[in-house]
Ligand binder design. Structure first.
Ligand code: LER
Ligand code: MN
Length: 270
C-alpha cells in the first residue's frame, strides 16, 4: 500500500443508523470532504434505489473522490432484514439487498460491508440459527465471487450483536470459508470494547485486513476520545491489503467539525 487513502462514511438519506456524516446532504458531503483532503467515501445505503446514480457519479468526479465501499446496515436498522434472522423471509431479504449492493459496487470497483446487516441470533448460541446465518453469508460470498467484488466482514461489539464480536472470530470463519473476495473490516470503536490488545489483533491478521473503520472510544471523530490512533495507524500503514481508512463517526458537534478533526488526527499519526 502506498499513501494511505482516507474516506468518510456518509449516507444520502436520513437514517436511524447514527455514525454517518452529512446524513441527507450528499452534495455538501462530497464538496466538504474533497475540500478537507479526503480521497473518497463509504456510502451507507438502505436499498439500491436510494441514490440518483448519475448525479452521484458526476459529483464524485467533480470532487475527485472515489467510492471505496457500500455499507449495508440500514437494511437491518430500518427494515429488520438480517443475515441471522430466524425468519426465512428476513434472511432472504438481507441476501437480496447485499446482492443488489454487490452489483452496484462492481461498477465502481468498490467493496461491500457486512457489519450491522448480520443482525443477531434471537437465542445466543442457537446452533441451527447460526448455521442458517452462516449459510446466508456463504450465499453472499458466492455471488460476490461471481461479480469479483470483495466483501468486508466487520466485527461488531457485543451490545449490538452476538455473532462475530472480535477480529479473531472473523479470522476463524474465514479459515472455514476461504475466498479471495473476503476480508476483515475492523472498527476501532468496537475493538476498544472487545479486544484485549487492539494492535496485536490487527497485526495477527494483517494480510486479511481490507480496510479499517476509525472512530474514537466514544464513537466521535478520532482525536475526540481516548483510542491510541498513533500505535494503531503505525501498525496498519504497512499492511499490504488495506485499501482505505474509513471515518465512521457520530456527526457531533457537527459533520464538518468531525470530518476536519478526524483527518487531522489521522494525518498526524501517519
Ligand atoms: C457498522 O460499520 C458498525 O460499525 C456497526 O456499529 C453497525 O451496527
Ligand atoms: Mn463500523
Amino acid at each position: 500500500m502506498g499513501v494511505m487513502q482516507i474516506a468518510a462514511s456518509i449516507t444520502p438519506n436520513r437514517t436511524k443508523f447514527g455514525p454517518l456524516l452529512f446524513p441527507g446532504e450528499l452534495g455538501l458531503a462530497l464538496a466538504t470532504l474533497s475540500e478537507l483532503g479526503y480521497q473518497g467515501v463509504e456510502l451507507s445505503l438502505r436499498t439500491k434505489d436510494d441514490l440518483d446514480r448519475r448525479a452521484f457519479v458526476k459529483s464524485l468526479q467533480a470532487n475527485k473522490l472515489r467510492l471505496f465501499s457500500i455499507a449495508t446496515g440500514q437494511s437491518y436498522v430500518e427494515d429488520g432484514l438480517s443475515l441471522f434472522a430466524s425468519e426465512d423471509r428476513a434472511r432472504a431479504g438481507a441476501v437480496e439487498r447485499i446482492k443488489d449492493h454487490v452489483d452496484f459496487a462492481s461498477e465502481f470497483e468498490a467493496q461491500v460491508i457486512i457489519g450491522g446487516i448480520r443482525g443477531k441470533l434471537e437465542r445466543a448460541g442457537d446452533a441451527d440459527a447460526r448455521e442458517r446465518g452462516e449459510g446466508a453469508i456463504e450465499a453472499c460470498i458466492s455471488y460476490a465471487e461471481k461479480k469479483k467484488v470483495t466483501l468486508l466482514l466487520e466485527p461488531v461489539n457485543r451490545y449490538e450483536t452476538n455473532v462475530f464480536n472480535t477480529v479473531g472470530e472473523i479470522a476463524e470463519f474465514m479459515l472455514q470459508h476461504p475466498s479471495r473476495y473476503l476480508q476483515i473490516l475492523p472498527d476501532t470503536f468496537h475493538m476498544n470494547i472487545e479486544e484485549s490488545d487492539m494492535v496485536a489483533s490487527l497485526v495477527a491478521n494483517k494480510d486479511s485486513i481490507g480496510a479499517l473503520h476509525c472512530a474514537d472510544s466514544n464513537r466521535l471523530a478520532p482525536g475526540m476520545g481516548h483510542v491510541d490512533f498513533g500505535n494503531i495507524l503505525e501498525a496498519v500503514k504497512s499492511f499490504r491489503n488495506i485499501r482505505y481508512l474509513g471515518v465512521e463517526v457520530l456527526p457531533l458537534p457537527d459533520s464538518r467539525r468531525c470530518a476536519e478533526t478526524a483527518i487531522g488526527t489521522i494525518k498526524a499519526c501517519l
